[in-house]
Design a protein around this ligand. Sequence first.
Ligand SMILES: *[C@@H]1O[C@H](CO)[C@@H](O)[C@H](O)[C@H]1NC(C)=O
Ligand SMILES: *[C@@H]1O[C@H](CO)[C@@H](O)[C@H](O)[C@H]1NC(C)=O
Length: 189
Amino acid sequence: MALPVVVFLLALIALGAASAPDCKELVKPFMPEDPKQVFGKWIYVMGAGDPKQYHKALESLKSSWIDLSPTSSDQTVTLRWRDHCFNRCIVGEANATISGIATTFRKNLSDHKGHILQTCSDCLLWTDTFRNGDVTGRYILQFTRTGKIDPKHVEIFKKQVGCLNFPEDYHSYDGKTELCPDVKESTQE
Ligand SMILES: *[C@@H]1O[C@H](CO)[C@@H](O)[C@H](O)[C@H]1NC(C)=O
Ligand SMILES: *[C@@H]1O[C@H](CO)[C@@H](O)[C@H](O)[C@H]1NC(C)=O
């Protein structure tokens, strides 16, 4: 009796390993065939930072949204952001430069370089490293069109966070804090 049980268990283990999503696939940089998929407004839903102080910094982000729009150049995208932090709206805009799969932009004196990752449809997943003088760090940020996300996609995000060695206690938008209004302001953070 014992042998068939062992064989059965081994078969189950093999099946489990085959269906476990591979980190390499989960965090492969992604470039959508149609760039229009990434244009428009995106609402922040979850994120993580590294090292610790940047992870903690996400706690002050009560709500956030970004808007990506094309310019006359294929290599340049306008990035606008509205971060609800410290009881005010921090407004900013930058020209992001696309080069292959990498995108670079400057936000709050930091130079960010990153790329998008495979994620759910109507979702945008971004990871980058940034440098400000001698200071470096990295982020992973999940956005959706609605600010909501299906729990099964949260599970995939958690795996991606793990694969990239970000802190596992990811930060989430509470879904309640008002989004900053979309007014074109000339002030930059
Ligand atoms: C983006 O580039 C355009 C065209 O070069 C320029 O007019 C604009 O000021 C730039 N915006 C920012 C935020 O740097
Ligand atoms: C901008 O960067 C400065 C210095 O790195 C930091 O103290 C400040 O908190 C940052 N502001 C925001 C809104 O991230």
